[in-house]
Design a protein around this ligand. Structure first.
Ligand SMILES: [Zn+2]
Length: 214
């Protein structure tokens, strides 16, 4: 008869979901996991060239997934109200992003266009790029990231509308699976006047040079 596990089921059940989420493995555990993947790929993790790879990969992950430790709402909280009567749309066009597909953990590289029509508050233009960066430095699917960026700007700035268009190349499509390089996935989320008013939406699409603008 197998030895009974010393870890009683009741102890597992009493750990809340949140606590499980917060129980981050140690760096040593993360490096050991990379070693396992190196062996599983068919290589020898002890050979010269791979010795420092687990620690390098873990350091890379700290950069790739830096967005989990940052709060995008906080970034947008500081706004400027003196806009000298400016009441037209603000558009940040062609911002490069690097994100990671949550299904395959490989990069999604692309560009983003973010616009909003202020009510009476504007935000420093670099803050919009920071919001994009925070959401992109997490495991993502492009549709979710597009909605998260638009909804966060909408909730914090309370503008008349928000428009977000992302164009991404998914390495899970280009380097594996169907192997289709050069294909961009385009997602867009239009809120407020950008959704309700066709002229406003077309103006935004024309500013970002989108072919659906005409
Ligand atoms: Zn994928």
């Amino acid at each position: 008869m197998p030895k009974k596990s010393s870890l009683a089921p009741v102890a597992i059940a009493s750990v809340s979901k949140k606590a499980l989420k917060l129980a981050k493995p140690s760096r040593a555990e993360a490096e050991a996991a990379v070693r396992t993947l190196l062996s599983w790929a068919g290589d020898d993790p002890d050979r010269e060239g791979l010795k420092a790879t687990p620690s390098r990969v873990v350091r890379s992950y700290e950069e790739f997934f830096a967005g989990y430790d940052q709060d995008p709402e906080e970034i947008l909280a500081r706004t400027f109200e003196e806009v000298a009567g400016y009441d037209d749309m603000v558009v940040l066009r062609g911002i490069r992003f690097e994100s990671y597909c949550e299904h395959h953990m490989v990069p999604i590289i692309g560009i983003a266009h973010i616009g909003y029509l202020p009510t009476n508050r504007v935000v420093g233009i670099s803050k919009l790029a920071r919001v994009l960066e925070i959401f992109s430095k997490r495991l993502q699917i492009q549709e979710k990231m597009t909605a998260q960026i638009a909804n966060t700007i909408d909730q914090v700035l309370k503008p008349q509308g928000v428009a977000v268009v992302l164009e991404g190349e998914h390495q899970c499509m280009t380097t594996r699976g169907v192997h289709r390089p050069g294909v961009n996935m385009v997602t867009s989320q239009m809120l407020g006047v950008f959704r309700e008013n066709e002229a406003t939406r077309k103006e935004f699409l024309s500013i970002i040079g989108h072919r659906n603008a005409s």
